[in-house]
Ligand binder design. Structure first.
Ligand code: ZN
Length: 340
């Protein structure tokens, strides 16, 4: 369902930008006094230009892992094609000189500029937004920059922090979490190649439900955006016990895809009492939520927070700090998946 919604949004945006570009091109063609101006030709030009641009943008992202110089060359090629391709098409279809074709294309450059306010004030805040995972506190569901290892328990692929980075609150980047059973372990070795972080889409139109992966503003530093799993709802008493989450003294049953996930109420390297545990339960107010990371050993989640939003518990995410529900991982292609 979310895939259909996102596809519909993209089709609408693409169609809207095509029509706007065609209208701007028409203005350009009138200004250079081109003859026999016609909508089908204008739409063909902007459509072909948009498709080639999209393919080149995709290629630029794909080669970005080969280094910044390769990415720069790809970006320059993309820029040249973005101007050259439509100019050649205009020249051919309207029989104008190359400088006139270039001048008639210039107004279409306003399209992204006109799109910015729409993106900043409507699309981003109310419809959807894309993020990348900075850490692997939500691994294996979402991974930040990471190295891969073999789970010593089941042999499946496991994720762990690169040697020079730290995941979550742990000071020791030595644990890995396996992809299939959430086994947390210390592998003997890893492949040492730093893999890119997941990029994912957040849909703002959905109301977050329990077990959804959500984005939200960090209560004590709202300029920072975090991604965690929603486990506690307003009005509940939340306790992590025996590897699970208990709401109002009843153990919650996570969805099947989280089978094996163990939430920790104590961390070896941490010497203070965590929130949401038997010794310090989280009592949520009517507009407060409780969030945890899937990689419980390495997640700086609500258990650790010592300061909260004004008027709220330190461990709570107030309702007005929620941003949206993570629906798709779209990059890299090998990590593509639908979460909701
Ligand atoms: Zn395993």
């Amino acid at each position: 369902m979310t895939t259909i919604a996102l596809t519909a949004i993209f089709v609408l945006l693409f169609t809207g930008s095509l029509l706007l570009s065609a209208a701007l091109l028409r203005i350009g063609l009138i200004l250079v006094r081109a003859e026999n101006i016609r909508w089908p030709a204008d739409l063909t030009i902007v459509l072909i230009a948009a498709v080639i641009n999209a393919i080149l943008a995709f290629a630029t992202v794909a080669v970005s892992s080969f280094g910044s110089s390769v990415e720069l060359v790809a970006a320059v090629i993309q820029l040249i094609c973005a101007v050259a391709v439509p100019c050649v098409l205009i020249r051919k279809l309207y029989r104008v000189t190359f400088p006139r074709a270039f001048c008639s294309w210039l107004p279409t450059l306003l399209c992204p500029i006109l799109f910015i306010p729409f993106s900043v004030y409507i699309l981003g805040p109310y419809v959807m937004e894309s993020f990348s995972a900075p850490t692997s506190s939500m691994a294996p569901t979402l991974v930040g920059p990471h190295v891969r290892a073999k789970c010593p328990v089941c042999g499946a692929r496991a994720f762990m922090a690169p040697p020079d980075r730290r995941m979550g609150t742990s000071i020791y980047p030595r644990y890995a979490i396996c992809e299939t059973h959430f086994h947390t372990s210390i592998p003997q070795s890893n492949d040492a190649v730093v893999q890119p972080a997941d990029r994912f889409m957040t849909l703002k139109l959905l109301r977050p439900k329990r077990w959804d992966v959500i984005t939200f503003r960090l209560p004590f530093a709202p300029e920072q955006i975090y991604v965690k799993r929603l486990v506690g709802l307003p009005g509940e008493k939340i306790v992590i016990k025996d590897g699970g989450v208990w709401a109002n003294d009843e153990r919650l049953e996570p969805p099947a895809e989280l089978k094996g996930l163990q939430y920790l109420s104590e961390i070896e390297e941490v010497d203070f009492t965590l929130s949401g545990t038997e010794r310090r339960p989280a009592y949520l107010l009517g507009d407060e939520y409780f969030v945890l990371g899937d990689f419980s050993q390495h997640s700086a989640d609500a258990r650790f927070w010592t300061a909260g939003a004004p008027g709220h518990h330190s461990y709570a995410v107030p309702e007005d700090h929620l941003l949206g529900v993570v629906t798709h991982i779209y990059w890299p292609p090998s990590r593509w998946r639908i979460l909701k």
